[in-house]
Every structure is written in C-alpha cells, then in structure tokens.
Design a protein around this ligand. Structure first.
Ligand SMILES: O=C(O)CCC(=O)C(=O)O
Length: 158
C-alpha cells in the first residue's frame, strides 16, 4: 500500500528526500536500542567496521525493521511494490566519539545500478544537530555523482 501523499512525492522528486515520516513507536525504538546494546554487550567486537552492515541477517529485531509496513509503504510509493532489501547499515553515534560522516552521495558507494533504489534513514534515539542528525543536501540528486569521499541509526536500502 502506498503511503506518501502527492506533496510528499513532489518533495521527494524535487529535494531528493522526504522527511520526517513517523515510523516507530517509542516502544519499537526502545526495543531496537536495547537490541544494539545487547549485541554490543554480548559480542563487543561485532558492531565495529563492516560488522555494522546487515545486522538484520542475525537479529530478528532488525529483520522486523526491514519488514516494517510503514517503511515499506513509503518505499512502495516511490519504487512500487516489488521491493528487495539490499542491505542495512548501523551508524552508531556514541556521545564520547568524535567521528563524523562527511558529505557524500550514496549512489557513489553502494554499487547498485541503475540508481532507481531508495534508502530509509531511521533514527532510533532523538537526533538533532548537537548529537548527530543526518543532513541532506536538497536537490543534490539532480547533480552528477560527486567526487566527495565518504569517511565514514539504521540505513535500509530498498
Ligand atoms: O547518519 C549519518 O550521519 C549518515 C548516514 C549516511 O551516511 C547514509 O545514510 O548514507
């Protein structure tokens, strides 16, 4: 079922993104955060580097996120009902870490062509400019792929 209205679709086409979309209840967000903390405690070296990719393969909680009907309905509004999850990535922003994600275009790094896929960026805790929210460069999807290098929540690629 498509869920984006015509204004949201227009925003998506003009800006390259649509936000915010209310997806998780606070209970669901808390469950996901608890799962991350559980994995970090039980397997302290797993959610590091490439280990942050595709956690939905091993975690039923993350698998559930991939099947979240609110996300899928929004994705369907853009690419239709034939949907495949291409991967998930965790961007864990611990308060004591100074890391950052520089400007980049996902198309340059993800490796799927043609570029008819979408990504869903999902905040598990409150995200703001002080603690590391995502910033989008409005309209940059209409420009050629940039030469900006990616240095380094959940991202789900549909
Ligand atoms: O969460 C961020 O700050 C960046 C996420 C990101 O790079 C991405 O979704 O491609």
């Amino acid at each position: 079922m498509s869920s984006l209205n015509s204004k949201q679709l227009k925003d998506y086409n003009n800006n390259g993104f649509v936000a915010p979309i209310d997806v998780l209840t606070s209970e669901e967000a808390a469950e996901i955060k608890k799962e991350i903390e559980h994995i970090e405690k039980k397997w302290p070296n797993e959610l590091i580097g490439l280990g942050r990719n595709n956690v939905h393969y091993i975690s039923p909680i993350f698998d559930k996120v991939c099947h979240n009907s609110k996300i899928l309905d929004a994705v369907e509004s853009i690419i239709g009902e034939d949907i495949l999850v291409g991967g998930t990535t965790l961007f864990i922003k611990d308060p004591d870490k100074k890391g950052f994600v520089s400007w980049h275009q996902d198309a340059k790094y993800i490796g799927f062509e043609p570029y008819n896929w979408v990504t869903a960026w999902l905040a598990i805790t409150d995200a703001n400019e002080e603690n590391g929210c995502m910033r989008m460069w409005s309209g940059s999807h209409k420009e050629k792929k940039s030469k900006i290098i990616k240095i380094h929540m959940i991202k789900i690629i549909y």
